[in-house]
Design a protein around this ligand. Structure first.
Ligand code: C5P
Length: 238
């Protein structure tokens, strides 16, 4: 377990909301407790770059999770436009291949490009047809990570279950961003490989992405604080 005094600084709230007003309301409710937000497909489709501008004006770090996956030229140009918005992290799909990831990295030199490996919603027993089902999911994640790093990506998006293997193979500098984070005992919803914040951090995760457990809570601030209480109580017992 890492002994960061302020472990919640590693948390990123996924603003998966239908409109900019909902994002602004959440931002107000969470205040100084959250410094890093993810803008994903729903909010970007609804509000576009304005969603990023609002976060930048509020002095928040921004993870733009567009999961780019297209021909290298298109992805490179989209990455350039995204970087121009001032985002800190940007996603591409690792499955797009080395040239595509390289194009994103070259297009967005001011952002850290991370490649999405196996979606955390994928259940190892129920993999899509394009994935070899005779291999453990973790091996597939390691292969995709190798390719992403060779293309210049800063790291990968993966489940907490695969972080330790990725860090062991590629070293601490490979940025590991973990979605599918749930407090102990919470419903996983459509996340098949969910982990708790303590598990993800113990495995070596650099950032944890948390959406519905916070954004759909009746008291988002209390839910956010509750997420880290497991870790703080473990540290208190040491
Ligand atoms: O609500 P929940 O905490 O499940 O949200 C997880 C967020 O992380 C969503 O915005 C989803 O798009 C994103 N994500 C994911 N799995 C990945 C990559 C991104 O769940 N592999």
């Amino acid at each position: 377990m890492r002994s960061d005094a302020n472990v919640s600084a590693r948390g990123i709230v996924a603003l998966d909301v239908p409109a900019l007003e909902d994002a602004i309301a959440l931002l107000a409710r969470l205040g100084d407790a959250v410094g890093y937000y993810k803008v994903g497909l729903e909010l970007f489709a609804a509000a576009g770059p304005e969603a990023v501008h609002v976060l930048r004006e509020a002095k928040k770090s921004v993870f733009l999770d567009l999961k780019l996956h297209d021909i290298p030229n298109t992805v490179g140009r989209a990455a350039r436009a995204a970087a121009g918005l001032g985002v800190d992290l940007l996603t591409v799909h690792a499955g797009g291949g080395r040239a595509m990831i390289q194009a994103a990295v070259q297009g967005a030199p001011s952002a850290r490009v991370v490649a999405v490996t196996a979606l955390t919603s994928l259940d190892p027993r129920d993999l899509p047809a394009h994935i070899r089902r005779d291999r453990p999911l973790a091996e597939w994640v390691l292969d995709l990570t190798e390719e992403a790093l060779a293309a210049g990506a800063a790291g990968v998006v993966l489940s907490g279950a695969e972080v330790a293997a990725v860090k062991a193979r590629f070293g601490a500098d490979c940025l590991c961003v973990v979605p599918g984070v749930r407090p102990p005992g919470a419903a996983p919803e459509d996340q098949a490989r969910a982990v708790t914040p303590a598990e993800a951090l113990a495995a070596g995760a650099d950032f944890l992405v948390v959406g519905r457990p916070v954004t759909q809570a009746t008291d988002p601030l209390a839910a956010w604080r509750g997420l880290w209480s497991e870790i703080h109580s473990q540290e208190g017992r040491r």
